[in-house]
Structures are given as structure tokens and as C-alpha cells.
Design a protein around this ligand. Structure first.
Ligand code: COA
Length: 162
């Protein structure tokens, strides 16, 4: 049996409705997409779609540093303008130090629950080919073989009924 005490505890996922919580989500997006992956900040900071989106914030308590409710993950779903029953998942980000613990999967699941509560029946997303497998393990299926160019990179569309 291992004696290792898990450093990050008490995972909480909740809806970010206040500007303060949305800013916490933005700080995770900036760390992951801008500082780690090199996206331009203007493409991954808060934008006009965040006003109507479902945005979720994941926090943990950092036992080593004694910090509670530290933001470590986020995801959003922008409701479709064309219909009342779907939405687009994006901005899924989990800080590198807490990856591989199922937090991304829990964020996706919590988003599905929140979308369903709002009457949405399906969630769409666009991702690069190397991320497709991740979403497929989460139950998303490929829409078709069409390649969409986004931020200069080929993306494919997947969807999931919720
Ligand atoms: C994608 C991301 C959110 C996943 O977060 P996470 O908390 O590590 O996710 P989970 O712990 O739920 O799942 C990790 C599992 O998915 C697997 N996985 C990761 N990428 C994968 C891929 N492209 N294909 C198949 N499986 C993949 C991992 O191997 C891991 O499996 P394991 O638990 O058996 O080791 C995180 O890696 C991240 O923030 N990446 C950078 C930002 C990003 O790419 N966002 C998505 C934009 S499309």
C-alpha cells in the first residue's frame, strides 16, 4: 500500500456565473493555452461568447501549499444561435500538474449535465486530429470527414447526444 498523500484534494466543479469566477477560468485558459501552448491571448481570454456560455470552474485544495479552492480547470459550452437544442464545447483546459486524474473527464460530464438541464440535447466540438481520441473515449463521435481550418490548423467536428 502506498503512503503517498495526494497533494490536490477536494475537487469541486461549479458553474462560473460571477465575473470573479469567470476571471478564474480565464486564468486557467491563459496558463494552458497561452503560456503552455502558445495561442495568442486575444483568442483564449474571456470574449463576448462567454456572456451567454455555460462556463464551469474546477478547483482543488493544495494540501502542500495550504491553498484552498485553487482554480485548476475549466470548460465552456456556447449555446447554438441556430437552434435551441445544441451547443458547442470549447476552452477545455486542465493545469498540467493535475492532468491524468480524470478532471478533464469530470468537467466534460458536468458540462453535459448542465447543458441537459438547460434543455440542450447535443454538444458539438471541433478539435485537432491528435485530440480526437480523447473525446472519442468520452463518447463523442465524428460528424463526418470534413476538415475545418481553425487558427491555422485542421480541425474535425464531433458531437454527443446528452
Ligand atoms: C485535454 C485535457 C483537458 C485533459 O485533461 P485531464 O484532466 O488530463 O483528462 P483526464 O484525466 O480526464 O483524461 C486523461 C486521459 O486521456 C488520455 N488522452 C489524452 N489525450 C488523448 C488523446 N489524444 N487520445 C486518446 N487519449 C488521450 C490520457 O492518456 C489519459 O489517459 P489515462 O488516464 O489512461 O492515462 C488536458 O490535457 C489539457 O488541458 N490539455 C491542454 C489543452 C487542450 O488540449 N484542451 C483541449 C482542446 S481540444
Amino acid at each position: 500500500m502506498s503512503n503517498t498523500i495526494e497533494r490536490y484534494q477536494n475537487l469541486q466543479i461549479h458553474r462560473a456565473k460571477t465575473l470573479e469566477d469567470k476571471k478564474k477560468c480565464e486564468s486557467v485558459r491563459i496558463k494552458v493555452f497561452v503560456e503552455e501552448l502558445g495561442y495568442p491571448r486575444e483568442l483564449r481570454g474571456l470574449d463576448s461568447r462567454d456572456a451567454t456560455a455555460i462556463i464551469l470552474l474546477a478547483t482543488v485544495d493544495d494540501i502542500k501549499d495550504g491553498v484552498k479552492n485553487t482554480p485548476i480547470g475549466t470548460i465552456r459550452m456556447v449555446p447554438s444561435k441556430d437552434d435551441n437544442h445544441s451547443g458547442t464545447l470549447s476552452r477545455l483546459a486542465v493545469l498540467s500538474q493535475v492532468r491524468g486524474k480524470g478532471i478533464g473527464g469530470k468537467l466534460i460530464h458536468a458540462l453535459e449535465v448542465a447543458a441537459k438541464e438547460e434543455g440542450r440535447k447535443a454538444i458539438m466540438l471541433e478539435c485537432q486530429a491528435h485530440k480526437r481520441g480523447y473525446y472519442e473515449t468520452m463518447g463523442f463521435v465524428l460528424e463526418d470527414d470534413t476538415i475545418h481550418m481553425r487558427v491555422g490548423a485542421p480541425h474535425q467536428q464531433l458531437w454527443k447526444r446528452v
